[in-house]
Design a protein around this ligand. Sequence first.
Ligand code: IMP
Length: 202
Amino acid sequence: MKRIEDENRIVFFTSSKFKFEEASRIAQNFGLDMIRKSENIIEIQSESLEEIALFKARQLMKRYRNLTFVVEDDGIFIEALNGFPGPYSSYVYRTIGNSGILKLMKGEVNRGALFKSVVVLHVPNMGLKSFTGICKGTIAKSIHHGRMFGYDPIFKPLKADKCFSEMTPEEKNLFSHRAKSFKKVFSFLIKIRSTINGEDYG
Ligand code: IMP
């Protein structure tokens, strides 16, 4: 029984309290217990979010082979900028930020953009599996306030009447890329756990 109890805990390796706040609410809805841990890991530059996330997960797998854990990588892809900043979103945010993006978009009629989240899940003895979530939306014309996480102050999802930054984490979870990828992760985990439980304890 102890083994299953331990497996019920999922570790989310992230330095972002915002990401954790959103993902852990979804975990709770699935009846799962998730904790946050920051860890020094090398992040590669690549055009593929999945490759970046897998690279992080492989490093952690060597250190935490017995843990059920997740890592995530995200990007915002802006149509009028041919998908920029995409996998370079973190660097672009640190350098030009939201005001820099709005300058690049000045006078641009096509405001279409999408957020993508790739989550890599590690399950002991099962290896790694990745899950993707996408949220389509538009780039606002000015910086909106509220919960100031990354590009949230300039991104408005389709079918929403406000930017992500103006939403509570629960509201954001109704639309977001992260909510979609994590829901897939948790559904998968519950499915494989019920199979394992059935075989081992049924
Ligand atoms: P990373 O996955 O932390 O590398 O994310 C890339 C960049 O996108 C960082 O600057 C994050 O702050 C930003 N970012 C990631 N997820 C979100 C989100 O849900 N909303 C707004 N910005 C985000």
